[in-house]
Design a protein around this ligand. Structure first.
Ligand code: GLU
Length: 282
């Protein structure tokens, strides 16, 4: 078997629709062509939005589509201590800070940056006494990555790059210079959840030995930040293969919030897996 390992990593916050089917089939077929491995990963860190029936449906719908995957399936909620360890490592090296700001305060800070609006939030740790007082008072805080500290730790982030074998939203491919500044000081651990998307994904991709990250190009920008986190944590950099987003005949992308027809609805209406695969170009 080749060293090719890829994954499909849905969040069980709703039923899967055509867009998910396209993404899962893209990853699954790539693994087959490469003689590699295909993993399913359940990204369920946000316990308030995830539901067991959606998780069960992911398994059911993907099996209906004709996919199979290795077991046991990694569920992020079972690995909170791994993410905690990664966060501690970064914090012990002075690469993070506590951020007590509300969403609104973050938006205001972006708007009122001294040299004109920033693209994304950049902040800093509070003075130690104020921080200690607010922690003591039980005020909730997120942990953010300090780009300034990251830059110092790596002796500059200008030389970081990742390999794109698919295509970003503007046709980006090949060796891509990582521009983590686009994302600002990203949240590594949310106030409510204790971890956040980028840190969980980077930790999981490394511990699962994912060689190829295959996913929709709405997550292309995420690769810039994720590459930085890999460098800081000493993790291998996977190859990225972002794919186009599937759009409906009227040119809109499929999305849960637009009420895209779910795979279960398609199935109930008599669609067969073969006809869906064909419609999606597989
Ligand atoms: N869980 C993410 C989503 O459902 C995908 C994460 C990834 O592929 O990196 O959009």
């Amino acid at each position: 078997m080749s060293a090719f390992v890829t994954r499909f990593a849905p969040s069980p916050t709703g039923y899967l629709h055509r867009g998910h089917a396209f993404s899962a089939l893209t990853a699954f077929e790539a693994a087959q062509v490469a003689g590699g491995r295909f993993l399913l990963r359940v990204e369920d860190i946000d316990r308030t939005r995830c539901r067991p029936e959606y998780e069960a449906a992911i398994h059911e719908d993907l099996a209906w589509l004709g996919l199979d995957w290795e077991t046991p399936v990694r569920r992020q909620s079972d690995h909170m201590s791994d993410y905690g360890a990664a966060l501690r490592e970064l914090s012990e090296r002075g690469l993070t800070y506590r951020c007590f700001r509300t969403r609104r305060e973050v938006a205001e800070a972006i708007e009122s940056a001294p040299h004109g609006a920033m693209e994304a939030f950049r902040g800093a740790a509070l003075p130690p006494e104020e921080e200690a007082r607010r922690v003591e008072a039980g005020e909730p805080y997120a942990w953010r990555l300090s780009l300034d500290a990251a830059e110092r730790a790596l002796g500059g982030i200008g030389g970081l790059s990742f390999l794109e074998e698919g295509e970003g939203p503007n046709g980006e491919r090949g060796a891509i210079l990582a521009r983590p500044r686009l994302g600002g000081d990203v949240v590594l651990a949310r106030k409510d959840v204790g971890v956040a998307y980028h840190l969980a994904v980077v930790t999981d991709d490394a511990s699962q030995g994912v060689s190829h990250v295959i996913r929709g190009n709405d997550l292309f920008e995420a690769a810039h930040v994720q590459r930085l986190l890999q460098a800081l944590l000493g993790l291998p950099a996977p190859t990225y293969c972002h794919h186009r987003l599937l759009t409906s005949p009227d040119g809109r992308r499929f999305a849960k919030r637009d009420g895209a027809q779910t795979l279960r609805e398609l199935r109930a209406s008599g669609m067969t897996p073969d006809s869906l695969r064909e419609e999606l170009g597989f």
